[in-house]
Design a protein around this ligand. Structure first.
Ligand code: SF4
Ligand code: SF4
Ligand code: FES
Length: 359
């Protein structure tokens, strides 16, 4: 098989795409292939590794421009196809040498999330442990799987334009504690994460979900944080106001009235500043006349959906998990009456009857 590897020396700035050809066993992963290159062909190649089993998060890098865990990536089919993949360091982090990046900015954001429990409960008087429903723990099940590999950060569009953005890994870590029923400082955390470079700066490109090798789905974690922030009244940020307006808009006319977004959320002064832009949109036929308002034919469906969500009392993260579960059912083609096949089902403990939704 063959690999092309971007070599880089941060001291000299030298950069070179080098190709290596070598024999490898059928079961070789990308990490095995790099080991062969380093052991037998070029001992100066630099990359990180430790566990070799998708646990430690050390071996994040890019293959053909997309972040992967090297120890999770099988090479047989690629080698068989004759394709020579290009291996490079992860994105959005400074390169130290070859495939090794400086993780300090990553760890700084991780620490800024206060990645530890700040309990808000008294010890049970009888010395027993607190019991927590499976439904509550499933809200943070995926977030707890994170191995801090940085693959999501590597592909984050928002971080590319704003390196100060907290980013998918840090925010997923934040949700792991915001959603923990034992946490005592949920509102304070949400206030922090609603900062200028926080939750609402995400562009919803979903690349972090696509590239995460552990199924954490950081974008979904950010959606849960946004939903929890709004449920608990932490909604000063413009992003929260936009989300709120879209719900009202869908309820009243059944569609998203984006042209009313600025005056409704940013106020009249901001709207006046955008007048020229609005007029140019109007001239090109991109702004419908507000009167009479356009009401979707099936607006009652949007209203009924909202009523169902409100009646179930599943605002916040629980509502997002419920949506994930519904989508999983669609994927699995199970009926609503069947026991969910997914371990991510929010209200099911294996071998136990479903737990009723909490209010
Ligand atoms: S969805 Fe948001 S957090 Fe995830 S990669 Fe895109 S911009 Fe970054
Ligand atoms: S969320 Fe996924 S991709 Fe991001 S650091 Fe954690 S395990 Fe890696
Ligand atoms: S070497 Fe540990 S995750 Fe790949």
């Amino acid at each position: 098989m063959a690999l092309k590897i971007w070599r880089y020396n941060s001291e000299t700035g030298d950069r070179e795409l080098k190709e290596y050809e070598f024999d490898a066993p059928d079961e070789a992963t990308l990490l095995d292939a790099l080991d062969i290159v380093k052991d037998r062909h070029d001992g100066t190649l630099a990359y990180r590794k430790s566990c070799r089993m998708m646990i430690c998060g050390s071996c994040g890098m890019r293959m053909d421009g997309a972040a992967v865990l090297a120890c999770k990536t099988r090479m047989y089919d690629i080698a068989e196809s004759g394709h020579v993949p290009v291996i490079s360091a992860m994105g959005n982090l400074p390169i130290v040498k070859d495939l090794v990046v400086d993780m300090q900015p990553f760890w700084d954001k991780f620490k800024a999330m206060k990645p530890y429990l700040q309990p808000g409960y008294e010890e049970p008087p009888d010395g027993k442990e607190h019991l927590i429903t499976q439904e509550r723990m499933n809200v943070i099940h995926k977030e707890a799987l994170c191995i801090n590999c940085g693959c999501c950060v590597s592909e984050c569009n928002a971080m590319e334009s704003d390196p100060e953005f907290l980013g998918p890994q840090a925010l997923a870590k934040g949700m792991r504690f915001v959603g923990d029923p034992r946490e005592g400082r949920v509102v304070e955390r949400l206030e922090d994460y609603n900062s200028e470079h926080g939750i609402w700066e995400c562009t919803r490109c979903y690349f972090c979900n696509e590239r995460c090798p552990k199924g954490v789905d950081p974008r979904d974690a950010i959606a849960k944080l946004g939903a929890e922030a709004m449920r608990l009244g932490v909604d000063r940020d413009m992003g929260a106001k936009h989300a709120d307006w879209f719900v009202k808009s869908a309820k009243t006319t059944g569609w998203l009235r984006e042209t009313e977004l600025v005056p409704k959320t940013q106020g009249v002064i901001s709207a006046l500043k955008e007048t020229r832009f609005a007029l140019s949109l109007f001239r090109r036929g991109k702004v419908p006349l507000p009167i009479p308002p356009h009401v979707a034919k099936d607006v009652q469906e949007a209203r009924a959906l909202l009523e169902v969500v409100q009646a179930q009392g599943r605002r916040g993260a629980a509502g997002i998990v419920q949506g994930e579960r519904a989508l999983a059912r669609v994927d699995l083609k199970t009926s609503p009456d069947e026991a969910p096949a997914s371990r991510d089902a929010p209200e099911v403990t294996p071998d136990e009857p479903p737990v009723p939704a909490e209010g």
